[in-house]
Ligand binder design. Structure first.
Ligand SMILES: [Zn+2]
Ligand SMILES: [Zn+2]
Ligand SMILES: [Zn+2]
Length: 487
């Protein structure tokens, strides 16, 4: 695949929304509209020693840069690949001893790159990064305060080099990062570990029900011959058929919020009024706030809603503290109250089900986790676009949980369903899709065995589970919101 291929999309005037990208030929479901390496990217502060600063894979035993002792890499290949990006940073960090925060590090990388290559780094790049929207003029007082602090810390950091910049220009770069940077997740798609600026992606406008999705492909740096290595890059992928001329859109926020809440988030963070069809017609708001079929009284609904809000806060707190048994207790209590009051598509119920299934999986209570995961996925399927990436990941989790619970028939069915979605949203070359493919082959084999001889199947399964650590892609600090722009 050619990275930076722009044969399928072009810049156009999207009216009130400003600039946008549109398809210049008919696109198929799952087609890569374009792929692009980051203009600049950094690992989050909290993961600086756990994630490779070149390919963003999360793994143990990374090698530390001997100079600054801050950057970490899988191996020589990754270190060499990103030396150009790290060279000046390395000197700057060594000089000030403690690395500045991720925002400042990213702004500096953007500016070093602009100096080196100017703002345009390839023929397929449509505009220079410093021409992206910055919205500095729309920042709230609180955001402005943060910006001032960041600019101050930037100036200390950037004292290296000849070229100096005005505070206005530096602020503009921070503004561009704030509204255009894309969160990068680890190779399993479970955790947001970094952030990058992608110039063409920055031109894709938002829609709450978009026709494209964006995914980070970490590339392949493991082949013996480095000529077979591919660069880490984002891919903009079509979620269904797109006709020539149609605007290309992605969602900047998770769809599983009421339209008013999505609009509020978009306004606060990206400074625009969402006028998409789903927001203006409040599509699916009714399902996301529905009450149970037995028609509980308004008073009861109010009481349970308030209880749920409180519980969700407590659940989050216990989860952050790693108090997983308390999380499970709170989830049970909350789900009990919600029974016969809130519908299965109510957002509060889905949020509790999501945490419950995840934490119970982590605690290896697979049968119970599987039941909750199943209920969650059924709710999600009524709300999300059928090819939504978060939906695919949730179904994958539910499938793996069923598999671990020994519910091979349902498990295999879910895994196949997830595979179908991930082939569109992540593509066949993504590490998650490849992992899922091998799980799918395994469950297919087990299902055959199960159908032939149930007893033999259970014996085999017990042995397999004893012999190897469970190949679970579920972690307790998993977030399903790995692919939104906000960090
Ligand atoms: Zn690496
Ligand atoms: Zn270094
Ligand atoms: Zn909207």
């Amino acid at each position: 695949m050619t990275v930076g291929n722009m044969e399928r999309a072009a810049l156009f005037d999207a009216g009130k929304k400003g600039r946008g990208l549109r398809a210049i030929k008919d696109l198929k479901s799952g087609e890569v509209v374009f792929a692009e390496p980051s203009f600049a990217s950094v690992v989050f502060d909290s993961f600086s020693s756990q994630v490779c600063h070149s390919c963003f894979r999360r793994q143990a035993n990374l090698h530390r840069c001997a100079q600054c002792r801050f950057a970490h890499y899988c191996d020589r290949t990754c270190q060499t690949a990103s030396w150009e990006e790290h060279r000046q940073e390395c000197v700057a960090i060594k000089k000030i001893i403690k690395a500045p925060n991720e925002n400042v590090r990213l702004a500096a990388r953007v500016l070093w790159r602009i100096h080196k290559d100017t703002g345009i780094v390839s023929d397929s790049q449509l505009i220079s990064v410093d021409q992206l929207e910055d919205h500095v003029a729309d920042l709230s007082e609180e955001d402005l305060k943060q910006l001032k602090t960041d600019v101050h810390s930037f100036l200390e950091y950037w004292s290296y080099g000849r070229k100096q910049h005005s505070v206005d220009y530096i602020s503009k770069i921070f503004g561009i990062i704030q509204c255009n940077a894309f969160t990068l997740s680890d190779q399993r798609g479970l955790q947001a570990v970094g952030v990058g600026l992608f110039s063409n992606l920055g031109l894709v406008n938002h829609d709450c029900s978009p026709n494209c999705t964006v995914i980070l492909n970490h590339g392949n740096q493991s082949a013996v011959s480095s000529t077979l290595h591919s660069q880490s890059r984002i891919e903009l992928r079509a979620l269904g058929k797109i006709s020539e001329g149609e605007e290309l859109t992605v969602s900047y926020v998770d769809f599983l919020n009421l339209s008013a809440d999505r609009k509020k988030k978009l306004k606060e963070r990206f400074h625009f009024e969402c006028t998409c069809e789903h927001c203006s017609q409040h599509i699916k708001d009714d399902l996301m706030s529905a009450v149970a079929e037995c028609k509980p009284s308004a008073e009861k609904v109010k009481e349970v809603t308030a209880f749920s809000t409180e519980s969700l806060e407590k659940i989050e707190k216990s989860r952050t503290q790693g108090n997983y048994h308390e999380v499970v207790r709170l989830c049970h209590e909350c789900l009990g109250k919600q029974d016969n009051v809130l519908a299965d598509t109510h957002l509060y119920k889905l949020r509790v089900l999501s945490v419950a299934s995840e934490v119970l999986s982590y605690l290896k209570s697979f049968p119970e986790a599987a039941d909750y995961a199943q209920r969650m996925v059924q709710g999600y399927m009524k709300l999300y676009h059928p090819n939504n990436a978060q939906l695919g990941m949730a179904i994958m989790r539910a499938g793996v949980t069923h598999w671990h619970a020994g519910k091979i028939e349902v498990g295999h069915g879910l895994i196949c369903k997830a595979y179908g979605i991930l082939m569109v949203t992540h593509g066949p070359n993504h590490s998650i899709t490849k992992d899922l493919e091998s799980i799918r082959m395994q469950t297919e084999m087990e299902l055959k065995m199960f159908k032939q001889n149930e007893k033999a199947y259970h014996t085999m399964r017990d042995a397999a589970l004893m012999g190897q650590p469970i190949a679970s892609s579920i972690s307790a600090d998993d977030t399903i919101k790995g692919h939104i722009r906000k960090k």
